[in-house]
Write a protein that binds this ligand. Structure first.
Ligand code: AMP
Ligand code: MG
Length: 415
């Protein structure tokens, strides 16, 4: 049986980005860019005023003070989106507004509050230094500089940056199609009549959303009944996708045909069983290089195996250069006794308390029941070799689902 690290080490090489495609910026959210993106022009694209006031030559107002204001004639105006101002003659001022281009010759802005307008003249009551209240061309971005690196993910800020550069299309890694093949005679679809002995195929809905959240394309297939022939036929369909996930049928029961079906279809087994709890009967195989992962049918095991084993591999395939979960350090709220041997991925509620994160493990760790996932915002990694963990012990936790809870010294009390 493999450790989680060994399992991932044999899985990860099978997941490489598929290739790239070009998408419109408005379709790029959540995608990983496949090439560096460079700036088309300087930002700001021209020297402009950071304030409303008067553009001047700093040397003309060097002696200005409240008691000894400097009076300058006002020549022209510059406003954002207006006609470009003429160049500023020495000894004059130009009315200017935020975002407006600086007239040639001007090198500082005196804010309106430090001036008194008097007809065609303005009295400047404060000296200004060169560059004061001026947003100089190219100070945010120099033309030709790198804006994004290959592997960066597109979030709203990245989209804004490229939009500001008039970059309409962006190269991103392709999204893998991931087939979800559930197996089990007992499985019915949402909305079906559920006869006695049957259950709804909840896994397919869970895995569909987990795939979507990663940025992959879920391909949910009809559940396959527990017969070798039907599982094989469904596998052949599933293999049209880039990655196949099967759920169920990987234990050692008499109706657990998935591993045998793999063999018959020509899917080459790589490993079966991982030293983790839940999720032990997970398997990994390849068909002409294509990854095929089997997770247990138990809904909790399927979710945990997906998060720990499949998600990192898919993130790598999507182009994420750091595909592993990035756990936070937390402290156990309560002591916990367990059977040592396998790493346990425990469902918990994480709360920020002061500058620490406290995790309360869910009461129903052993259960395969879905209510035990409701409200869970952390998966706590409990070391394999420990039979007893004390309250207050440090552990690593993968933040999950709804994210961290906790009182805020800033937001609490705001209503
Ligand atoms: P298996 O891995 O096929 O032995 O299934 C283990 C348990 O998970 C059984 O109780 C199944 O009924 C249940 N199960 C299997 N597949 C699913 C599924 N797709 N959705 C919900 N429960 C499932
Ligand atoms: Mg089954």
């Amino acid at each position: 049986m493999r450790s989680i690290a060994e399992a991932l080490a044999s899985m990860l090489p099978a997941f490489s980005p598929l290739g790239e495609e070009e998408v419109h910026l408005t379709e790029s959210a959540g995608r990983y860019v496949s090439r560096d993106v460079t700036a088309r022009f300087d930002a700001p694209p021209f020297d402009n005023s950071a304030m409303d006031g008067f553009a001047v030559r700093a040397s003309d107002v060097a002696s200005a003070a409240p008691d000894t204001p400097v009076r300058l004639p006002v020549r022209g105006e510059s406003r954002a989106g207006g006609p470009l101002p003429e160049s500023l003659q020495p000894g004059a001022a130009c009315r200017i507004f935020t975002g407006a281009p600086m007239p040639a010759g001007a090198d500082a802005v005196v804010i309106q509050e430090d001036t008194d307008r008097d007809g065609d003249e303005v009295a400047i009551r404060e000296a200004s230094t060169e560059g004061n209240h001026v947003r100089a061309q190219g100070t945010d971005v120099a033309s030709g500089s790198r804006l994004l690196r290959a592997g960066d993910r597109m979030w709203p800020g990245e989209i804004g940056l490229l939009a500001s550069q008039n970059i309409e299309r962006v190269h991103v890694f392709q999204r893998p199609k991931v087939a979800i093949l559930s197996t089990g005679d007992e499985l019915r679809q949402l909305g079906d009549d559920v006869e006695p002995g049957m259950i709804i195929n909840s896994n397919v809905y869970v895995l569909t959303e987990m795939l979507r959240a990663l940025g992959a394309i879920p391909v949910p297939l009809p559940a396959a009944p527990d017969t070798l022939a039907e599982i094989e036929a469904s596998l052949r369909t599933a293999l049209e996708a880039d990655v196949v996930i099967t759920t169920g049928g990987v234990s050692v029961g008499e109706y657990d045909f998935v591993n045998e079906a793999f063999k018959n279809v020509g899917i080459e087994p790589m490993f079966w069983k991982v030293r983790m709890k839940p999720g032990k009967p997970a398997s990994f195989a390849r068909y002409e290089g294509k990854p095929v992962i089997g997770v247990p049918g138990n809904p909790i095991s399927a979710m945990v195996a997906f998060e720990v084993l499949i998600a990192p591999c898919l993130r790598k395939m999507l182009g994420d250069p750091q595909p592993h979960p990035q756990p936070v350090v937390a402290r156990l709220r309560d002591s916990y006794r367990r059977r040592p041997g396998r790493i346990e991925i425990a469902r918990a509620v994480a709360t920020r308390v002061g500058d620490e994160i406290i995790v309360a493990l869910h009461q129903l760790q052993g259960s395969g029941s879905l209510p035990s996932f409701v409200g869970v915002n952390a998966l706590v990694i409990l070391p394999a070799d420990r039979a007893e963990l004390a309250a207050g012990e440090k552990v690593e936790a993968i933040l999950w689902g709804p994210g961290l809870n906790g009182p805020s010294s800033f937001f609490d009390g705001i209503s």
